[in-house]
Design a protein around this ligand. Structure first.
Ligand code: N01
Length: 534
């Protein structure tokens, strides 16, 4: 098969890949993106489980690159459902004619950099080959669904599903005996919906998670009008905040500076208003001081005890093994309330772990259960899973899987030393997953686009991260994480959900504002830490 030649190849047709196509094509570059799905949208294409919804507000969680787009698009609710977000994504693809440069139904299996020609060659699962001087990995951070390797899964006579690979036609659980395994964001969103249909639902919870009420509602026309009137300022302001979200003034007080009554009043107001960022912004030390965090964690535990009528069930649901906010803080609609329904049973899979899946259902070390269907909400091989599925090498002998064997290493989450002309969008070491993701993909892609413009104007062909710059960045990412409470949780941020995955804190938690300033300094200092060559 002949190799087709481009200026830039992009892996992924989600929000990152789509923006990269638009931005780079606007520079006159010949690009091709590859998407494994039969449609664009990444996360929002695959995660079609009941109740799937974004936990950031729609007016924030959207592209900013086109003012006409952000002014014209109407979000019906405070938080977008999976269906609404996918409709928006399909609209963007059509409006900017992106599909002509996105090859769907195409999974990239290998990426090889030729040191002599300075070109990447990508090989698809079907053996097609494409080559370009530059390659951008926009393959997603939560795009490799993972079902634990339970003994006996193949013997199960019922149907099983994973939230990240949900059937497009939907699933009707009416009258069925259903198990949900996993209680992260996906499980918490899905459980109240399945509980409405199922004859009986058993939820297997290994680790309790903190969740706050989303308080979703139709978007108020006045709020929309005002937000849109200030869109440009708000988007700019978002870059100066830790999570990349406007409208939440940074807190100035410690939780320990105020009285218990005052804290209660503040937490209660945040609880009633809904939203996770706002809650974590109640005080300035909730993510860095355990004593301060305890006050917020205990507030939510008391809420759970107040909602769930059976005190034993409430205690299993009340998280005690990690500070609030150190795992992704969930938002839900009527999650804790569901355990007051007679057709829902919580199983403590920490005390009695799942031993095997049986033809009839599953067995823990205490009991056997019969199910018609099992829904796995067991998460993803986060942040490194998508790249681990591609055989990324150079003719100089570098191999990404080997290099990341003890944990991912990047410079700014954007490049990996030893892999010239290969960019990563929101990779490990960037604040991507700890921020408003669409802002993050725009910022990363703009950095890459500006870098390519810089190189073109100087007739430079090759860019790579300097090993010393990468070492320093990895150290910085770890030092920042160690100055917070984040490492206290067994989260996917440290790969804890994947048996055998090295425990390395992967996201940069210094905040979008700090990261963006660092990127700007790097550019101002002539792409400091990168080696650029003709
Ligand atoms: O996955 P998770 P997720 N036996 O990894 C359990 C984003 N997201 O799909 O904690 C029993 O959080 C596991 O238990 P434990 C968001 O960033 C956003 O829910 O490892 N249980 C855990 O309870 C989120 O953080 C949105 O002890 C097992 C669960 O499975 C990320 O995606 C919505 C098990 C996995 O939770 C991932 O969320 C959805 C086993 N062998 C997702 N193995 C919104 O925007 C795993 N588990 C709202």
């Amino acid at each position: 098969m002949s190799t087709r030649e481009f200026d830039v190849l992009i892996v992924g047709g989600g929000l990152g890949g789509m923006y990269a196509v638009h931005r780079l094509r606007g520079m006159g570059l010949k690009v091709r993106a590859f998407e494994a799905g039969s449609g664009v949208g990444g996360t929002w294409f695959w995660n079609r489980y009941p109740g799937a919804r974004c936990d950031l507000e729609s007016l924030e969680y959207s592209y900013s690159f086109s003012d006409d787009l952000q002014q014209e698009w109407r979000w019906p609710e405070r938080y977008g459902t999976q269906g609404e977000i996918l409709r928006y994504i399909d609209h963007v693809a059509e409006r900017f004619d992106l599909l002509r440069d996105i090859q769907l139904n195409t999974r990239i299996k290998a990426a090889l950099f030729d040191e002599l020609s300075n070109r990447w060659t990508l090989t698809t699962e079907e053996g097609e080959q494409f080559s370009a001087p530059f390659c951008i990995m926009a393959a997603g951070n939560l795009s490799t669904p993972r079902v634990p390797e339970f003994k006996g899964l193949a013997s199960f006579k019922g149907k099983w599903y994973h939230t990240g690979l949900w059937p497009h036609e939907g699933v009707d659980f009416s009258g069925q005996r259903v198990a949900v395994i996993g209680t992260g964001s996906s499980g918490l969103q899905m459980i109240p919906h399945i509980a409405k249909q199922a004859q009986h639902l058993h939820v297997f919870q290994r680790t309790a998670n903190f969740s706050l009420p989303a308080k979703n509602a139709p978007l108020e026309p006045e709020k929309e009008r005002q937000h849109k009137a200030e869109y440009a300022q708000r988007r700019r302001a978002a870059y100066d905040t830790p999570f990349g979200i406007s409208g939440h003034p940074p807190p100035t007080q410690s939780a320990l500076e105020v009285t218990a009554e005052e804290r209660q009043r503040v937490y209660e107001a945040k609880w009633q208003a809904g939203g996770s960022i706002s809650f974590l912004y109640a005080y300035n030390d909730l993510l860095v001081n355990k004593e301060a965090n305890d006050t917020a964690s205990e507030f939510v535990r008391q809420k759970i005890r107040g909602i769930v009528k059976d005190p034993e069930v409430a205690e299993i649901l009340a998280p005690k093994d990690h500070p609030i906010g150190t795992k992704r803080l969930c938002l839900d609609s009527n999650y804790y309330e569901v355990y007051n329904q007679p057709n829902v049973t919580l199983v403590n899979a920490r005390r009695s772990p799942i031993v095997e899946i049986t033809p009839e259902g599953l067995r823990t070390d205490e009991a056997a259960y019969t199910f018609d269907a099992i829904a796995f909400a067991t998460g993803f091989d986060a942040m490194t899973g998508a790249l681990a599925e591609i055989d990324v090498r150079t003719t100089a002998g570098a191999n990404l899987k080997e290099k990341w064997n003890a944990g991912p290493r990047t410079y700014l989450g954007l490049m990996v030393a030893g892999f010239p002309n290969l960019f990563v969008v929101t990779g490990p070491g960037s604040p991507g997953v700890k921020s408003q993701m669409i802002l993050a993909v725009e910022q990363h892609t703009d950095f890459i686009a500006d870098c390519l413009t810089h190189m073109r104007s100087r007739r430079l062909q090759r860019i790579e991260a300097e090993p010393a710059a990468e070492d320093a960045w990895v150290q910085h990412v770890n030092a920042v994480a160690d100055s917070t409470l984040y490492p206290l949780a067994n989260s996917w941020y440290v790969g804890a959900n994947i048996p055998g995955k090295p425990r390395v804190f992967m996201p940069y938690v210094g905040g979008v504002h700090t990261y963006r300033r660092r990127c700007d300094e790097v550019v101002a200092n002539g792409y400091e830490g990168f080696r650029l060559r003709a």
